[in-house]
Design a protein around this ligand. Structure first.
Ligand code: 4AD
Ligand code: MG
Length: 461
């Protein structure tokens, strides 16, 4: 059996050959004695043109096919250099496998992404989403390949956890208790000892703390799994369920993992450009005109690097009127991040050494005692793509930081033991996979790079 992707890629070898295709009807046009079908078989985001005529014994049924009917076509491959389509299939036989009904929502016209989100069970049948989700699959493969080639061990960290890695309190609670009939203790509070795990548990916001334990055994590890955040931010860049890649490297300091992150991003870009050239050209024509130029440039220059303090100076002197006022100590907002990478650098840029008060407890305190050895990678069109740091390996410093923040020390006993038993410098980062896909495809809303997005108020499917 032939697949459409192969027809497009190896047109010469198919010239005048007999082919057998199976797929779904995208469009049908017919006149009295002949007609055309655009057929997609899922192997490629493009469709092939099938020409049929009244020689077919079932000509009338074929001409009346509803969109998305599944059919099997036997016919001859012919090059059509004088036409818009490079080739077509002259059908000798068409078998109707499963017809469709005329109310099929994806009729031939341009549908908005907003509308397509309401039919997420059908939208993968469109060119754009066939391209997006193929690139998503390739990028996932590329990331595994990148780390596996370097000897990193992939560690599967738990989805249900008892700790809050980021300390931001944006977790989804997991419970086996009957919410209509909650067991209460003497103080009138929920009796968590009656819950499945005998304690409070949540969906993980990051696999980092567990990954650190493996890094201190395997040296180089990475996670690649789903993470969950109950952030109430209704933006085009936040999802409640997203996938994160978190490498963790023993004996590494901050600049080492910045090098790793830069190499990884460049590798993935190179991989999708090489393995999905047609999809990437499609995004460049229909989604984001500057995409290919931007991605090609990325692989030609080093990423920018500057400190948070330098970034604040640049933003203050920029003369821009930002919505959120700039002063040392603020958490950089997307508008600031995008100004830095788009207007100042015009390429991805690492910002390092953020104030410790706006960052997580595990980040290594710098000499100045005001900043931490943290980095965010900011990329044009998106803002923050990666967040990472060197980890605080000094037990006393970590202890006083946990105390300072007022975290519950007991929950972290195992994490603290890592500092006791052969403390080792180590560093890592987290890459938001969906943001990477947005960056690679030019898609501007995170809802359009996730098969079934989970955002505020939306858990359909
Ligand atoms: O910066 P974050 O919060 O870092 C961590 O979770 C660290 N534990 C990572 C580490 O050092 N191992 O998240 C990392 C990345 C962000 O840069 C962003 O790309 C993505 O995860 N991210 C989100 N993506 C989509 N929706 C959300 N709600 C996201 N929150 C973070
Ligand atoms: Mg971050």
């Amino acid at each position: 059996k032939t697949v459409i992707k192969d027809l497009f890629r190896n047109q010469d070898t198919y010239t005048d050959q007999k082919v057998i295709l199976s797929g779904w009807v995208r469009t049908v046009r017919d006149s009295k004695t002949f007609g055309f079908i655009e057929l997609n078989d899922g192997t490629f985001f493009k469709s092939v043109q099938i020409v049929f005529d009244d020689q077919l014994e079932n000509f009338k049924e074929v001409a009346k096919l509803s969109l998305s009917a599944s059919i099997r076509v036997e016919g001859q491959f012919v090059l059509t250099p004088q036409m818009k389509q490079p080739f077509e299939i002259k059908a000798e036989k068409i078998i109707i496998e499963g017809n469709s009904t005329p109310d099929y929502p994806l009729q031939k016209k341009k549908h908005s992404f907003e509308y397509l989100r309401t039919i997420a069970h059908l939208r993968p049948r469109t060119n754009t989403f066939l391209a997006v989700f193929r690139v998503r699959s390739l990028a996932s493969f590329a990331i595994h390949q990148f780390f596996q080639d370097k000897g990193f061990v992939n560690v599967h960290t738990p989805i249900i956890t008892g700790s809050d890695t980021e300390g931001a309190g944006e977790m989804f609670r997991v419970t086996s208790l009957d919410l209509d009939n909650l067991p209460k203790n003497d103080e009138g509070k929920v009796d968590v000892s009656k819950d499945f795990f005998n304690k409070e548990t949540n969906l993980t916001v990051s696999g980092q703390l567990s990954a650190e334990t493996f890094a201190l055994a395997f040296r180089n590890v990475y996670t690649f799994g789903p993470t969950f955040r109950a952030e109430n931010s209704n933006t085009a860049r936040h999802a409640a369920e997203f996938w994160m890649i978190e490498p963790e490297v023993a004996f590494a300091e901050l600049p080492d993992i910045m090098d790793l992150a830069e190499e990884m991003v460049k590798y993935v870009i190179g991989f999708v450009l090489e393995n999905a050239p047609e999809e990437m050209a499609f995004f460049n024509s229909f989604i984001d005109k500057g995409l290919l130029e931007r991605l090609t440039l990325v692989n030609e220059a080093d990423f920018g690097r500057l400190t948070y303090t330098e970034a604040i100076e640049i933003l203050k002197k920029s003369g821009e009127s930002f919505e959120y006022p700039v002063e040392w100590g603020i958490d950089l907002q997307t508008e600031h991040e995008r100004y830095l990478c788009e207007k100042v650098y015009n390429r991805p840029v690492f910002v390092t050494d953020y104030p410790k008060d706006i960052k997580a407890f595990y980040m290594r305190t710098n000499e100045d005692n005001k900043t931490v050895a943290a980095t965010d990678l900011l990329v044009p069109g998106i803002g923050e793509l990666i967040g990472g740091s060197q980890r605080e390996e000094r037990e006393e410093v970590l202890l006083s930081r946990i105390e300072e923040i007022g975290m519950n020390m007991e929950d972290y006993w195992w994490y603290l033991e890592l500092r006791k038993y052969g403390e080792t410098k180590h560093s890592g980062y987290g890459l938001g996979f969906e943001r990477l896909i947005m960056y690679l495809t030019g898609m501007s809303n995170i809802r359009d790079v996730i098969p079934f997005p989970r955002t505020t108020g939306n858990a359909e499917y």
